[in-house]
Design a protein around this ligand. Structure first.
Ligand code: UD1
Length: 429
């Protein structure tokens, strides 16, 4: 298993270019199921989750062509023939977002069989709202042997009010509704930019959608969709991670190609903390000459503070003067990184959904364990300012969602290298 070895102390200086959003690319790839014609997606990040989705689609009979050379961020998907309307356990267990194929598969094939995702490092994460929504659209649902099966000759538009805001749930049902007969009105929808980006693609494919990006989405179903070409929006979580890294290391970092309009809440918070930045077009220049002040933060659905940036914010809070109260409202078990940060010298107390971080404490390099994607990012940030060397184990988590993170960090002055398995393999093992 790969590890990162990071030597702290270098300010990040220079320019880092943000990749396409993994969380927008995943539903966009699933949307290709809805048409027999090719869908061409640009700005697809080269991360593990995208490879998992490629395998998922290929196992259904889709042709997925990954670009290479100068076109290495382009992916063309053609679902002319689908031979198997199924997402198996092997892939769903490694990526919960695989459930995004449920809606488009029922809409296109009249049947879908998708493995139920099990537990997850950050909380229970059920998919009951996806299922309830599909039932509202007329699908018959059965559950057997760990799989959900949904059937419907043709889905029928209906009124769907989500009990709770769900990002992939909104996306899944949006993809189901576009080919349903009649009108669907969805209320209490997720307002994340990734939902709006998916709708932009679906509209290019011929769908009739209004209100994506707001809490009420209205869809008028159409008979069929056609191919399209679409550019994925920049990854706002990767951008936020680099913005915080620039500040934390006392650097001067230009975070380019990053859609600053998606960072309003983070930037307001960082301004309170004392981080200096300039927004210019598609770039944000961040200057971390401190000192930083402790500021409380609560995660919320978009446009609130993203739960996917909570762990990185906590790394910053360890270097702010005073007590920062961090409240996690989206997932019930998303403080795994806190215990690792404590091993590096942070003063953090967890009480249920709240973490109290007292700073500023010097951090020192240690051997730490990455527990999930964003937790790994927070450990990388802490390591960049820690005294000495930090070894982060299980970086496969970070590879799921950050494109070439060590190369990007090295490019702006960080001392980071990747090492493989250090113990020699046993003969014959
Ligand atoms: C998406 C993002 C993930 C991010 C999360 C919250 C993708 C691929 N992943 O995940 O990076 O952390 O949004 O911003 O876009 N819930 C239910 N029942 C359901 C669905 C969700 O109870 O059927 C609950 C979840 O357990 C959680 C909350 O709703 O507590 C929000 O989850 P949701 O928005 O669905 O997260 P994901 O779409 O899985």
């Amino acid at each position: 298993m790969d590890k990162f070895v990071i030597r702290g102390g270098n300010p990040l200086l220079g320019t880092v270019r943000i990749s396409g959003a993994k969380n927008a690319a995943l539903p966009a790839m699933a949307a290709a199921i809805l048409t027999e014609e090719p869908v061409i997606l640009e700005n697809i990040p080269q991360v593990r989750d995208i490879e998992t989705e490629r395998r998922l689609l290929a196992a259904m009979g889709a042709e997925v062509e990954l670009g290479y050379g100068r076109a290495h961020h382009r992916t063309t998907i053609c679902c002319q023939k689908l031979t198997r309307a199924e997402a198996g356990y092997d892939l769903v267990k490694t990526m919960r977002a695989s459930t995004l194929v449920l809606g488009p598969l029922v809409a296109r094939c009249g049947v879908a069989r998708v493995s139920m995702p099990g537990g997850c490092a950050i909380g229970a994460r059920p998919i009951d709202l996806h299922i309830k929504g599909l039932q509202r659209l007329g699908a018959e649902i059965t559950q057997e042997h760990g799989y959900i099966e949904a059937r419907a000759e043709r889905l029928k538009g209906n009124h769907i009010a989500f009990d709770k805001i769900t990002v992939t749930g909104t996306e899944d049902l949006l993809m189901a509704a576009v080919l349903a007969e009649g009108e669907t009105v969805m209320e209490n929808c997720a307002r994340e930019p990734e939902v709006a980006d998916l709708a932009a693609l679906l509209i290019k494919m011929g769908a009739n959608i209004e209100g994506a990006g707001t809490s009420t989405i209205r869809v008028r179903g159409v008979e069929r969709l056609h191919g399209a070409r679409h550019r994925i929006i920049p990854d706002r979580i990767e951008a936020a991670t680099f913005i915080i890294a620039g500040a934390l290391t006392g650097g001067d970092l230009l975070v380019s190609s990053c859609a600053p309009q998606h960072q309003a809440t983070l930037l307001r918070k960082l301004e309170e903390v004392g981080v200096k930045f300039h927004v210019n077009g598609e770039s944000i220049r961040v200057m971390g000459d401190g000192p930083f002040k402790a500021v409380d933060m609560s995660t919320e659905e978009y446009p609130g503070f993203a739960t996917d940036v909570q762990a990185q914010y906590m790394a910053l809070a360890t270097q702010a003067e005073g007590a920062s109260v961090i409240t996690e409202n989206i997932f019930e078990n998303r403080f795994m990184h806190a215990l690792e940060l404590v091993r590096m010298g942070a003063d953090i107390k967890i009480e249920g959904r709240r973490a109290v971080v007292r700073g500023k404490t010097p951090l020192s390099g240690a051997a730490v364990l990455a527990s999930d994607l964003r937790a790994s990012a927070s450990l990388v940030l802490a390591a960049l300012v820690a005294d000495g060397e930090t070894i982060i184990d299980r970086v496969y988590h970070i590879d799921r969602g950050y494109e070439h993170i060590e190369e990007k960090l090295r490019g702006v002055g960080a001392q980071i290298r990747r090492i493989g398995e250090m113990l020699p393999k046993r003969a014959g093992a």
